[in-house]
Design a protein around this ligand. Structure first.
Ligand code: ZN
Length: 276
């Protein structure tokens, strides 16, 4: 089952992509028989109920919502109140959309500390602070480990094993892990880590790692154009009990975001069938 993360059409950042409305994206995905869509908060505004209902009326599911504010590190909202307000707003939007999963990108290394351990402990405390609120709204939180390239300011989770350790510290039934090819493709222990995370994987994000990646944020590859072993990663995730959709999430300012979204959708469907 295939889902579109609308970042693939440039919808996660201002000034990129073809600027299709959520309605047009929904129609284009439904026409092609996709199973679901993952949106970004900036697209939804105050229309979460209407957009969620429209997705379901078109025969699909809202698979997830991106994302929470950073909870630790140098880019975290300035006060606890601001952090919690934005966190709750993200949960509220996911609930109104009918999205069962809210992606949690953790934020980086806490100022004044070195290495990931202290930040991971603080992260666990802060996830625990919000997990109940999410549970009351029937929203699951997917901690997404990011490629170590982002280990300074955007993440303190750099492997599935890191994310699992924090999940264990939080110990809440609605807290799990998102596995993204871009972030984990290099990890030779991934299959073991996924097996250890059995039953905790809440999302699987597809793209490819280009051998000559030019921008660490905005130059992700289409499946098949890079060097990630997509079939092996998918097998590891599936083997860990994950039965949800495969979500295509390609940030590509110089290539795919410049193309006609119809071509992008057709290509991702073809590549999903042939190389994943
Ligand atoms: Zn992702």
């Amino acid at each position: 089952m295939l889902a579109l993360n609308t970042a693939t059409l440039g919808h996660n950042l201002d000034g990129y992509g073809a600027g299709w409305s959520p309605e047009r994206v929904i129609d284009a995905c439904a026409e092609r028989g996709l199973a679901g869509i993952v949106f970004w908060r900036r697209e939804i505004g105050s229309r979460a109920f209407a957009i969620g209902n429209r997705v379901r009326a078109a025969g699909m599911e809202v698979v997830g919502l991106c994302r929470t504010p950073f909870l630790v590190g140098p880019l975290v909202p300035p006060t606890r109140e601001a952090r919690m307000d934005d966190f709750r707003a993200a949960v509220d939007m996911a609930a109104a959309l009918g999205a069962p999963v809210l992606t949690l990108v953790t934020g980086g290394i806490e100022p004044g500390t070195k290495g990931p351990h202290e930040s991971q402990k603080r992260l666990a405390e802060r996830v625990a602070e919000g997990a109940d609120y999410a549970a009351r709204h029937e929203v699951n939180l997917a901690l997404e480990p990011l490629n170590p390239l982002y280990g300074g300011n955007r993440t303190c989770l750099m492997t599935v094993r890191d994310a699992l350790r924090v999940c264990d510290m939080v110990d809440a039934p609605n807290v799990g892990i998102a596995v993204d090819v871009y972030h984990v493709w290099w990890d030779t222990t991934l299959a073991e880590s996924c097996a250890a995370a059995r039953g905790r994987i809440l999302g699987f994000h597809l793209c490819d790692w280009l051998a000559d990646t030019r921008d660490m944020l905005l130059d992700r590859g289409m499946m098949g154009d890079g060097v990630a072993d997509l079939r092996a990663i998918r097998a590891a995730v599936k083997g860990a009990g994950y039965s949800g959709t495969c979500e295509v999430e390609i940030f590509s300012a110089g290539n795919w975001w410049r193309r006609d979204p119809d071509e992008v959708l057709d290509t991702m469907i073809d590549r999903f069938r042939t190389v994943c």
